[in-house]
Write a protein that binds this ligand. Sequence first.
Ligand code: PMP
Length: 458
Amino acid sequence: MPTTAPKGPGYGLQAFSRPVDAPPLPRIARGEGIWLIDTEGNRYLDASSGPVASNLGHGHPRIIAAIEAQARQAVFAYPSQFESAANIEFAERLARLAGPGLDRAFVVSGGSEAVESAIKFVRQHAVVTGQASRWKVIGRQPGYHGNTLGALGVSGDAHAHEIFGPMMRTVPRVPAPLTYRLPPNHTVESHARNCAAALDEAIRSEGPETVLAFIMEPVGGLATGALVAPDIYHALVREICTRHGVKLIFDEVMSGAGRTGRFLAADHWPGARPDIAVLAKGLSAGYAPLGAALVSAEMVQAVNAAGGFMHGFTYNAHVMNCAVGAAVLREVEEADLVGNAARMGSLLRDRLEDLASRSALIGDVRGKGLLLAVELVADKETKAMIPLERVAPERVKALGMRHGLALYCRRTSRGAYGDWLMITPPLTITAEEVELLVGRLAAVLDDYASELRAEGIL
Ligand code: PMP
């Protein structure tokens, strides 16, 4: 159990990007499986895989060995001058795991780049196939697709739009089918049907011939706290996109690479395959900056026949990063981590539901596989949110560190939709570690509940 939070001089990125009153951070020394260990020797159970990235846990010997081996050969060679075995193996494995229609990978350094690449690729595809009038990308509110201006432009985060809105091409956004707080007289399903109908209406009112794509997270991430829409929503969205000739982009940056108990979250809805899938995070399990936009061979052929994709980055198909990605995918398959995510996900969910029945603070448990979240409320009956000034996520995160539990939570959209903790440990987690995680979480929430009671909030 950590006793002290060592103070750093604060010259690094952490100091650059944090509020002035944020508590000091412990300094990382090393990682070991599900544990992160600071320079004082304090151990933190990684309840979130960082920002849902460290799918293989920390210090994984096979990935470290792959990094060492690749470093002795080639680390970087520019992909317009050389191809690499690492890139070929990574792309082939990824295509096989992603399945039909998602068989070509444009390999980049992270999620935002992958989203930008997907959008630009779809646009160029429309231009070369005689549909140059299509350029609008519809997104969801709330929703998150990255922090570069293009990816942020298709994200539904009201706060970010207040600041950066004038600089972005703002696109129509339709409501995400949230499942916890429903409009009056609605069920989860009737609300989801309305949200799908809103997409249809948005496409019609924009003019279908101008709409290029619809982007959504098939299982939500931080913006919605692991939202899982009912099956009918996925079927309707697919049908609407097909009917209007609009490409369906699944942002699987968080949900992909096995996290939800299938390789892609899309695999839970085989009747609603996306045209494009975007992955990052778990793809390299945090061992290298890596992302990919997956599209069909036919689409690539059409763009290449017209001269090739007019887009690229210095670190496209980076040799070392691809070697890491290939090693991660090898491990995901050989250690059956997708199966483990499904098994441990259902155990963890049961335990979180037990905890919710005992805790005055947990209003909802949701998600799929090991992409789970618990929503914190001030009143379970009324679903009242914790008052904004209590900065619930930041406080719970600080209490977590005190209890040796690294938590991922951040208020998105100024807390307009509620507060939640992502419960997304590495896919390598064992049943014993699940019990330990939930035990520590219970202690954190007990402390937080005592604080709220002392203030008369709970
Ligand atoms: N899409 C989703 C769903 C994400 O969760 C994230 C990262 N949190 C991104 C895109 C952006 O990825 P990156 O931070 O690697 O640019």
